[in-house]
Design a protein around this ligand. Structure first.
Ligand SMILES: [Zn+2]
Ligand SMILES: [Zn+2]
Length: 253
């Protein structure tokens, strides 16, 4: 099965028609066989039934689920304690149920189609907001080279490239680097999260980024500590973080 999937991906890189001829198309989420269809529509019926729910009434500032009658122009209780660099968060869904499962799947080797699928969901849900931010460049929150080597995938970069293509602006994937390994954030308290990522990112000179309005892209945002550490790293380039786009917004600790 794995050999077949790897071989399919190799052939897909050579050309989708060849791949369709050699292998039946498969659902990008559960890998079941499907009739021929464009790759963007390859989600089977049962996965569509469990479709990860979009946030119906997001807070205008932090993107978290609020309520149909809540006024969130000045924020909501979940905005409290978010760093200043997270003044505008655009999230597809809350980090729970199916979306939580898919965010985990995105980090596994060879699950780039899942990240692309979620990028499309994010875009379809928030196209107008993303356009009105007036961003000039998209920057994915980087991954340490050793994690990238181990995982052979980088969901943030996949999503960032997708959004940049839709917005018709550049995607800068090399100017910001993660310069040391960090512990997994979700196991840490808010104060330890901030310490964990402090100084973990660095930027190099970049004409693409210098003085630009940036759309930062991450997979999950909880306390905003990682996004803030990236924003700090971009300070020498005098960038403005106009928005942080994430697949999932987590609230809680
Ligand atoms: Zn499926
Ligand atoms: Zn809020």
């Amino acid at each position: 099965m794995l050999v077949s999937s790897n071989l399919r991906r190799f052939v897909e890189r050579a050309g989708s028609r060849v791949a369709d001829f050699a292998f039946p198309p498969e659902c990008v989420l559960c890998r079941c066989d499907l009739p021929p269809s464009p790759i963007a529509e390859r989600v089977c019926g049962s996965c569509q039934e469990e479709w990860p729910a979009a946030i119906e009434y997001p807070c205008q500032r932090c993107g978290a689920e609020s309520g149909p009658y809540a006024s969130t122009a000045d924020g909501c209780p979940h905005c409290q304690n978010l760093p200043a660099s997270c003044k505008k968060i655009i999230a597809y869904g809350m980090y729970e149920n199916k979306l939580r499962e898919l965010c985990t799947q995105c980090k596994l080797p060879h699950f780039q189609p899942t990240a692309q699928f979620l990028a499309r969901c994010l875009w379809n849900q928030h196209e107008s907001v993303l356009r009105t931010l007036g961003c000039e460049v998209v920057v994915p929150v980087p991954m340490h080279w050793s994690s990238r080597f181990r995982r052979k995938t980088h969901p943030n970069e996949t999503v960032a490239r997708f959004l940049a293509a839709r917005l018709q602006i550049p995607c800068s994937t090399t100017a910001v680097r993660q310069i040391r390994r960090i512990e997994r954030q979700h196991l840490l308290s808010p104060s330890r999260r901030r310490k964990n990522v402090q100084g973990a990112f660095a930027c190099r000179t970049s004409r693409t980024l210098q003085g630009r309005k940036v759309l930062l892209v991450d997979d999950i945002l909880t306390t905003g500590a990682t996004a803030h550490a990236c924003a700090q790293a971009l300070k020498p380039l005098q960038c403005e973080i106009a928005g942080v786009a994430v697949l999932a917004r987590a609230v809680g600790r």
